[in-house]
Write a protein that binds this ligand. Structure first.
Ligand SMILES: [Zn+2]
Length: 71
């Protein structure tokens, strides 16, 4: 069983509620999934390809990890 590690993404903005630093990145079924802890909006790389002219993909900035969330 793979352990779920949830990491906050620094500087990422939720596309649903526009909150900053509320996005958590974790791997679910081998898919990098991002969830906003504020509005519970969820998306993944597979579900939502980068939109042209839109916001930067939060998954792309996952090098800037500000913390590790352990449930
Ligand atoms: Zn949100």
């Amino acid at each position: 069983m793979a352990r779920q590690r949830k990491r906050f993404i620094a500087g990422a903005q939720c596309p649903a509620c526009n909150a900053l630093d509320t996005l958590m990145l974790f791997v679910e079924d081998d898919v990098e999934t991002v969830e906003c802890v504020q509005c519970k909006h969820r998306f993944s790389e597979r579900d939502e390809p980068a939109q042209p002219g839109g916001q930067p993909d939060p998954v792309a900035v996952n090098k800037n990890i500000i913390g590790i969330f352990k449930p």
